[in-house]
Structure formats: structure tokens, C-alpha cells
Design a protein around this ligand. Structure first.
Ligand code: SF4
Ligand code: SF4
Length: 493
């Protein structure tokens, strides 16, 4: 038996904020990723079975005493030096009982066993003879985007919509909901999530309320859970609408890209006036009335420098948020100052991370910090496009992604719109990260999944290759994991 070379007096500590597993999916303007269970149910293995440390085990220093673990299956776990020594003891396969006697004596048998149990439950220690099972994604939620209107009172510089003066009709809205529930039942989903979007959906709030009433009826009829969120620019919110949103059990996501000029540099009314003042007032009104909106931040070349100030403002209000990268489209391509210059974006994001470190929130940060990466649940696809996501436009046509609505796959009358979305070979191909050049051997594969397939295709003409933002991602992911490690330490202390 190997004798440990270092003396570690403190018992092993394994800290995991279990709330993370339930709060991993933040609100965003995209399709949710499929999730996999974060822990495994222990299966009976014969005594004396040798265990080994998973090959993907890596650590990132959080502070002088603690390390954050990153494996292909788990992040958000913080361990101390003793737990790290215990983990590394299994670099060489050995039975669980093969622990140095002085560790058992100094740390106590219970602490040793509890830590080993945690390592096994989180797939960090695996039976040496059994290869690790491939990830089995299980999307239990079918998400649908309802394009309530193509109209909007803003003209944001990165918007991909033509802003036609056209609305979703009641007939098409009703048929879209019915088609979504039919597909949800056919494909065994447990939850339907409706995104009421546009355009600006609050231009038609009574219509949204009517649709959501109908969605509630359908959910009850089919025995499915229902989740609904309004994606708004935040300029049309009133106390009456807030009260109605609460009564309907809806959630609200508001776009806010900076404070004052930083926001106004890219989110303006049709007459060119900035929208920050109204948006900030709406957010504070919602908070005063007890509705907590999710804040969606679009990070662009213009907004990056103001992110730190914005995050300070958001954290003062304890708001949930997500940082999403600008995605170029045909209508925005001529605006060069929006582009994601690597150094500029990294500097802005690092300043934002420093602001977060100064005021760590109670909520998990793992799904919020870096664009489409979800560091809270391992997954192979960046989003649900082509698998668990339906986009209904205002004319009742079905497409795969809200940013690619011109590529239609079906109409609202389809018996099973999801089957047609899944069968489509022409539009966006949302490949697993393991099939993408550059991603296949990447440490971050199961957290990043290669980035937005649409953005990658626009930049490279390919779906089977890593994101054009890969350098930014690889620079920021370790910092995001460290930040979450600090948060976990704060929550657990
Ligand atoms: S895009 Fe880059 S960081 Fe993301 S999985 Fe692919 S190689 Fe890794
Ligand atoms: S393809 Fe890109 S833009 Fe479309 S839902 Fe997925 S991540 Fe979002």
C-alpha cells in the first residue's frame, strides 16, 4: 500500500450546492439543453472491485485551500487538499478499502467513506473494469417559441427580424399550442415550456394571456407540467401587466445590455432614442411588486466595456441573469462595432467576473456566465434545436430556430411537428460535440458542446467544427468554474 507523502490533517471535504442541479437552467432567448442526471444510483459491485479516478478529472484552484473539480460529468464541486489526495490515490486502480491507515485514523472512517461515496455518486470514481457509460441525454421538456408579433417598438442594432407589421392570429396560436402538446405526448415529454416572444410580445399582452390560459387547459387535459415565459424588451411593462403575469404563473425575461449609454448604444427606439430609462424603471417596478425578472444580457463589442457596471447593478438587486454573446445575422452584419473581438470581449467579461466576485449571488452561476455554455448539466448539444424545440412564426409556420425562421420545415397543421423538425436534413444540423472537429478531445466538451450551431455555420460554412468563439470560451470557462467554486464556499460556510 502506498504511503501518502504529504501530511494532511484536515478531514476530506466535498462541497456541492445541490440546489445547482435544480436551478441549472436559467432563462435565455434560446432553446434549453437536454439534461442528464447529475448523480447515479449506486449499483451493486462485488467487494474488492478496483475503482479508478475518471480520466476526465481535473481541478482548478479556487483559493489556497480549495479546488474546484471539472470532469466530463460534474462541475460546481469544491474539495479540499485531503479530498484531492484521496481522489488522486485512485489514479492507480485499487479497491475502495485500500486506503492508507493513517488517513483513516487522522480523518476518521466516516469522513473517508462519505467522501468516497460522493466521488462514486458523481462518477469521479468508477469501477476500473467497466468503461464509463456514454452520456444519455434526457430532455424532459419540450420548448416552443411562439412569435406573438413581428412588430417591435425598438430597433436594436443586432436584431435579426424585419419587423413586419404582422401578428400571430388566434387560430394559428391555438393550433401551435395544440401541435406542441400533441408532439409532447407522442414523444413522452413531461413538461411543455412556452416562450411568448417576438417582436415585442407585450404589445399584445391580452393575447398572450389568452394563449396561456389555453396552454393551461391543454396541460391539464394531457397531464403535463407547463412552464411559460415572456421574452420582453422591458419598455411596455405596467403594474397591471405585472399583476396579471403573476396571476398566470408566467415568468418574465427582460433584455438589458448595460447601464445608460452602454445599453442605449445598441437598444434604441425607432426614433433612435435609447431605452435604458424605461427598462430600468420596469425592472424596479417588477421587483417592487414581487416579480423577479430574469435579465438577458447581449454581450457585443459595444457593450463589453460596460458589463462590470451592469453586473454590479444586477447583483445589488439579486436578479438572475445570463450573459449571451451577440450573434451576427444578415441585418446586423454591416455593424462592425458589434463584432466579438476576442481581447475586447475577454477583458469585458473578466471585469464582469470581478464584479460578481465582489458580490457573489446565492443562485448558481453555472448556467449564466458564458454564452450558450451550461456548466451545470453535462450535455452533448448546445441547445434543443432539431430535437426538443419548436419555433412557430406569426404565420403559423414551423422552423428549428428563432434566428432562422425563414427556413420552414412544417406548418402549424402538422400532426406531429416535432417529428418533422427531427427528420429535417436541410436546415440547422445540431450535432453532438463528440462529432465536431476541435471539440471531440476538448476538456469542456460536455459543458460547452461547441457553441451555437447557427453562429458556427455562419462563420465557417460547417456544423461539424468548434465555435468561432472557442478561444474566448476556453479562456473564460476556468474562471467561471472558479467563480462558482467561490460561491459554493460562501454558501457552505
Ligand atoms: S467550442 Fe471550443 S471550448 Fe467549446 S467544446 Fe468545442 S473546442 Fe471545446
Ligand atoms: S441554433 Fe443558436 S440561436 Fe438557435 S436556439 Fe440554438 S444556440 Fe440559439
Amino acid at each position: 500500500m502506498n504511503k501518502p507523502t504529504n501530511v494532511l490533517s484536515e478531514p476530506p471535504i466535498f462541497l456541492h450546492d445541490v440546489v445547482i442541479a435544480k436551478s441549472g437552467e436559467g432563462q435565455c432567448d434560446c432553446a434549453c439543453v437536454a439534461t442528464v442526471p447529475l448523480t447515479q444510483t449506486p449499483t451493486a459491485v462485488p467487494p474488492h472491485t478496483p475503482y479508478t479516478l475518471t480520466q476526465s478529472f481535473a481541478t482548478i484552484p479556487v483559493n489556497e485551500q480549495y479546488q474546484a473539480i471539472v470532469s466530463s460529468r460534474i462541475t460546481g464541486v469544491v474539495i479540499n487538499d485531503s479530498a484531492l489526495a484521496l481522489a488522486r490515490h485512485f489514479t492507480q486502480a485499487r479497491p475502495l478499502a485500500d486506503i492508507p491507515a493513517d488517513w483513516r485514523r487522522d480523518w476518521g472512517q466516516t469522513a473517508v467513506q462519505n467522501t468516497l461515496d460522493q466521488f462514486i455518486a458523481h462518477n469521479l470514481l468508477v469501477p476500473a473494469t467497466a468503461p464509463q457509460e456514454p452520456l444519455e441525454e434526457a430532455a424532459t421538456t419540450l420548448s416552443a417559441w411562439l412569435h406573438i408579433t413581428d412588430r417591435c417598438n425598438l430597433r436594436c442594432d443586432y436584431c435579426y427580424l424585419p419587423h413586419k407589421r404582422e401578428d400571430l392570429s388566434w387560430e394559428n396560436g391555438r393550433a401551435a399550442l395544440e401541435g406542441t402538446f400533441r408532439s409532447a405526448v407522442t414523444h413522452g415529454y413531461q413538461t411543455v415550456k412556452i416562450k411568448y416572444a417576438g417582436g415585442e410580445p407585450l404589445l399584445r399582452f391580452p393575447f398572450v394571456a389568452e394563449l396561456h390560459h389555453y396552454a393551461q387547459t391543454l396541460a391539464q387535459q394531457h397531464g403535463l407540467a407547463l412552464d411559460g415565459v415572456i421574452l420582453s424588451n422591458g419598455t411596455r411593462l405596467t403594474a397591471d401587466i405585472i399583476t396579471a403575469i403573476q396571476a398566470l404563473g408566467l415568468r418574465l425575461m427582460i433584455s438589458l445590455d448595460g447601464l445608460d449609454e452602454a445599453h442605449d448604444s445598441q437598444r434604441v427606439y425607432a426614433n433612435g432614442r435609447g431605452s435604458f430609462a424605461e427598462v430600468a424603471r420596469s425592472i424596479d417596478l417588477a421587483l417592487n411588486l414581487g416579480l423577479i425578472p430574469d435579465i438577458s444580457i447581449t454581450v457585443s463589442g459595444r457593450s463589453a466595456a460596460g458589463l462590470a457596471d451592469l453586473l454590479t447593478w444586477i447583483l445589488q438587486r439579486s436578479l438572475p441573469f445570463s450573459l449571451n454573446f451577440y450573434r451576427e445575422n444578415d441585418l446586423s452584419a454591416s455593424r462592425a462595432s458589434l463584432r466579438l473581438e476576442e481581447e475586447q470581449i475577454i477583458a469585458g467579461m473578466e471585469a464582469a467576473f470581478a464584479a460578481i466576485e465582489a458580490d457573489l449571488p446565492q443562485r448558481s452561476l453555472l448556467a449564466s456566465l458564458v454564452d450558450r455554455a451550461n456548466l451545470s448539466t453535462p450535455h452533448q448539444r448546445t441547445c434543443g434545436v432539431g430535437h426538443s424545440y419548436l419555433v412557430f412564426d406569426h404565420q403559423g409556420r414551423v422552423s428549428k430556430c428563432q434566428m432562422h425562421q425563414e427556413q420552414t420545415v412544417a406548418t402549424v397543421q402538422a400532426e406531429d411537428p416535432l417529428a418533422l423538425i427531427r427528420a429535417d436534413q436541410i436546415g440547422i444540423q445540431n450535432l453532438p460535440a463528440a462529432e465536431k472537429e476541435g471539440c471531440r478531445d476538448c476538456q469542456w466538451q460536455t459543458w460547452c458542446a461547441g457553441g451555437c450551431p447557427l453562429a458556427t455555420y455562419r462563420a465557417t460554412g460547417r456544423y461539424d467544427i468548434q465555435s468561432p468563439n472557442c478561444t474566448i470560451y476556453k479562456t473564460l470557462y476556468p474562471q467561471a468554474v472558479r467563480l462558482e467554486g467561490l460561491r459554493v464556499l460562501q454558501q457552505c460556510s
